[in-house]
Design a protein around this ligand. Structure first.
Ligand code: SER
Length: 869
């Protein structure tokens, strides 16, 4: 029974039990930041189980695309080493949402699997497991279904904590969960492995083919488990595993849909099919790669994108192992389309795009794979122990783009392990270096033992103060001289030190020009910059003055950020959570969680809301209060951010209340015009909006206005009919292009006429060997076709020089291809101009680099033809 039949039978069986058939959802779960990928058939129904969503049905069945790589259910490392693990697979499932429960789910499972009308699997090869306390399921198997007691295994909490068990299924850290019962198939004692619950249960002999989860609880982030609104059922069966069994193999990779892929890979590698585990890895990974790409995941450096990149790079490396040093992975999209295109036509429809995207990743990785492998081989050759040092693992990651699990994969093949602690230490050191480099000129490492700085910058931008410390080149000094760079610490300051996304202030401390302010440690502010003139010594009385225009522009942007945050949540939904922000004098940049691009309409609505709050001109006030009181008053706090007991609550009328230590405008009206200037994605599920305010917004609009005016002037039109004018110009360009193409055709026709008259007879063959500089690409091919047509019977060789490049084409009319092969002829000519090439017997192309040799090379065509007579 092929896998398409298995899928169809499963759905038909449950349709006969009044289930609604539901199509597969995408691999990226909608609006669910807790999960990387759809990793089970129940994922699209998660909210239905918890009662947050309803459907018009209470029974459903589906065949769901799943990916298990990264996150809780991660099979990536196992792929290639077992017969049954995949990153991508299809899961057949039947579901009850508060409808039937154990008493139906268990007998139906058995009926479908064993009845001759359905799968007809031999019951004597089956064994079932139940959660150790689930007497009800045990009783149903034993008494209702009639499974002998010695074939029912109770499995307890075998993973080190209550409910951590093979027979207690949880979707992720949070979500619906419950005890489960599983059906195992015994592939026979010729395959190593023990029954479930035994020490060698991980072998391939006993394979879990069916898992019924009795969904009863919802697990929360704090570990609590609360009952679901109604007991439900979630059944999963891997299509590949069951197909393997029905096709008489224990190895999923030998089923129909995999065989084509394995054969394609083996052929490229010049191996027999199934000659190596790498073939399986690559076959698995091209499926995961293609399906993830089709569902909108692109290879990248974070989140889902990074998981995809890891999968792709692992496959490419396994290709390298098979000797496939040229890009090969993209070429597997075609056989995949053949194997699975019937069920997933987009594999065929989007083939070109898939190939292109995969090829780009292959090319990117190819440049470092080879070097990285050499480095690793050298490191391994010099190893005294069986452990690859953390520094090597880190270098491979950092310089050569080897994801750690890729290095682990290589290590495993050679029976080595990785020093992961060492790798983590290198990584932490790297982070520290990056932080130090990007933040403060040596700020964080300064030695300073004095008091905290008193910040007076909420109220004023100018303050008298005393210099309490000075640093030069990271060392404390008693004074600074004119022209020296350094860091100044004052007893009190109006300068805001960077925090909460708002940049540090710039300004002047006497003649010291401050270009940044950062916290050195705790609440000690360091002003970094350069002493323009005179001298500055510890103990000096100074006047510290923040640059008014910059700070005011920054405050406008910061206050606008709070209104933006509120408006995003109001317009897009409460799932919007701040993921990062940067506020400076130019703009506010705000990153937040949201699954899709923000539409133009949504942007307009967000802008409108912020501008309404600006025009309301409400007072902006700050109060310091206890953290708990602040949260109780409804203030928004950032998830994952650490706050002290005392917090500052920033309130803008009814529009926004947020915990914030930043500096803000006095009234919302001070913000001026608010304008969003860009919206983009920064990582999967994270969007970025950039917005401007006040004078920046005005300047932006003026810029647009200027562009518009310049465009209208160029087109000699008014602004009103600018679009019309542009359209007319585009039309005209199109018409001209058409005309040009027609003219080119005519010219080529005329040229070919000339060339035909130059044809020479060589024996009984008419031969044209001509130089046609300026003709390129398709035109060259067309000209060659025309000439062949005009000759009726003959040989054509054309050469065209462009700079220091030569393009060659050879054509032989069909009647002569037995005697003269265009491919051989072009090779003969191309070698003379420093190139190579080849092609079909009737048409072949080549390139070369030696323009000076072209005339002689063309001339040699006649002798070549003569030689074939
Ligand atoms: N959710 C369960 C599983 O993935 C059953 O569908 O195994």
């Amino acid at each position: 029974m092929n896998s398409n039949d298995v899928r169809a039978r499963f759905l038909a069986f449950f349709e006969s039990k009044q289930h609604t058939l539901v199509p597969s959802a995408p691999l990226v779960p909608g609006n669910d930041p807790t999960l990387l990928f759809t990793n089970a058939g129940m994922v699209p129904f998660k909210d239905v189980f918890t009662g947050q969503d309803t459907r018009p049905y209470t029974r459903a069945a589906s065949s769901q695309k799943c990916v298990r790589a990264g996150g809780k259910h991660n099979d990536l490392e196992n792929v290639g080493y077992t017969a049954r693990h995949h990153t991508f697979f299809e899961m057949l499932g039947n579901f009850s949402f508060g409808d039937y429960f154990k008493a139906d789910a268990i007998p139906w499972a058995w009926e479908f699997i064993t009845s001759r009308d359905w799968l007809g699997i031999d019951p004597s090869r089956l064994l079932v497991t139940v959660y150790h306390t689930d007497d009800e399921a045990y009783g149903l198997w034993k008494d209702t279904v009639g499974v002998p007691a010695e074939r029912i295994v109770r499995i307890g909490d075998n993973k080190g904590a209550p409910y951590a068990s093979d027979n207690f299924w949880t979707m992720g850290e949070t979500g619906p969960c419950g005890p489960c019962t599983e059906i195992f198939y015994d592939h026979g004692d010729h395959i190593p492995g023990g029954p479930p619950g035994s020490p060698d249960e991980d072998g391939d002999r006993w394979i879990e083919i069916w898992n019924v989860v009795f969904m009863q609880f919802e697990r929360h982030a704090d570990g609590r488990m609360t009952p679901l609104p109604a007991p439900s059922v979630d059944t999963g069966m891997g299509l590949e595993r069951i197909s393997a069994l029905l096709q008489g193999t224990h190895d999923n990779y030998r089923i129909d849909s995999f065989r084509l892929l394995i054969e394609a890979i083996a052929a490229r590698a010049g191996q027999a099919p199934y000659a190596s585990a790498s073939q399986k890895v690559i076959a698995d990974h091209i499926r995961a790669t293609s399906f993830l790409l089709l569902d909108g995941v692109l290879p990248g450096n974070e989140g889902r994108g990074y998981v995809l990149r890891r999968i792709m790079r692992r496959a490419i490396r396994h290709g390298y192992k098979l000797g496939l040093n040229e890009p090969f992975f993209h070429a597997l999209v075609a056989p995949l389309g053949e194997a699975m295109g019937a069920g997933y036509p987009e594999l065929v429809e989007k083939r070109a795009w898939l190939e292109q995207t995969i090829r780009a990743e292959e090319d990117a990785f190819a440049t470092t794979l080879d070097k990285g492998m050499k480095l690793l081989d050298e490191a391994i050759a010099g190893l005294a122990s069986g452990v690859i040092p953390g520094a090597v693992v880190f270098k491979l990651y950092d310089t050569y783009g080897f994801p750690v699990d890729l290095t682990a994969d290589i290590a495993r093949e050679r029976a080595l392990t990785l020093d992961l602690d060492g790798y983590e230490r290198e990584m932490a050191a790297q982070r520290e270096r990056a932080r130090a480099a990007s933040s403060f000129k040596a700020g964080a490492s300064l030695r300073y033992e004095g008091d905290a700085t008193c910040f007076v910058g909420y109220e004023s931008l100018r303050a008298d103060a005393t210099v309490v410390a000075l640093f030069r080149d990271g060392e404390p000094v008693p004074s600074l001289q004119a022209g020296e760079q350094g860091i100044v610490v004052l007893d009190r300051t109006p300068f805001y030190a960077e925090s909460g996304g708002q940049v540090g202030d710039a300004g002047r401390i006497g003649t010291f020009v401050v270009d940044d302010t950062q916290k050195i440690k705790g609440s000690v502010f360091g002003h970094s910059g350069r002493l323009a003139e005179g001298g500055l010594a510890v103990g000096d009385a100074v006047t510290a003055e923040v640059t008014d225009s910059l700070r005011r522009a920054t405050m406008r942007n910061h206050s606008a950020t709070h209104l933006l945050h509120r408006a995003l949540r109001d317009v897009l939904g409460e799932h919007v959570a701040q993921k990062g922000s940067l506020v400076d004098a130019q703009r506010t940049r705000f990153d937040f969680s949201h699954p899709s691009a923000v539409t133009v309409e949504e942007i307009i609505e967000i802008e409108n809301r912020v501008n309404r709050a600006v025009l309301a001109n409400v007072e902006v006030g700050a109060r310091v209060m206890g953290y708990d009181d602040a949260i109780a008053s409804g203030a928004m706090a950032l998830f994952g951010e650490k706050y002290g007991d005392e917090v500052r609550v920033l309130q803008m009328g009814d529009f926004s209340t947020e915990l914030c230590g930043g500096t803000h405008v006095g009234r919302t009206g001070d913000i001026g015009l608010f304008k969003i200037v860009s919206e983009s994605g920064v990582a999967s599920g994270i969007r970025r909006v950039e917005a401007i305010t006040g004078e920046n917004a005005l300047a932006h609009l003026r810029g647009l206005d200027d562009t518009l005016r310049a465009a209208a002037d160029r087109l000699r039109s008014g602004r009103e009919d600018l679009i019309e004018k542009i359209e007319a110009q585009l039309e005209r360009a199109k018409a001209l292009e058409k005309e040009l193409a027609a003219l080119k055709g005519k010219l080529a026709g005329a040229a070919s006429g000339d060339l035909v008259s130059q044809a020479r007879m060589v024996g009984d063959v008419r031969v044209i060997a001509a130089r046609v500089d300026g003709v390129a690409g398709n035109d060259l091919r067309d000209l060659q076709d025309q000439l062949k047509n005009k000759l009726g019977s003959g040989v054509v060789v054309l050469g065209a020089a462009d700079g220091d490049k030569v393009s060659l084409i050879a054509g032989v009319t069909q009647d002569l291809t037995r005697r003269i092969k265009a491919g051989d002829l072009i090779k003969h000519v191309a070698t003379q101009v420093g190139g190579k090439g080849g092609g079909r017997p009737d048409m072949a192309q080549a390139g070369g680099t030696d323009v000076a040799a072209l005339p002689a090379a063309l001339e040699s065509v006649y002798a070549y033809v003569e030689g074939t007579l």
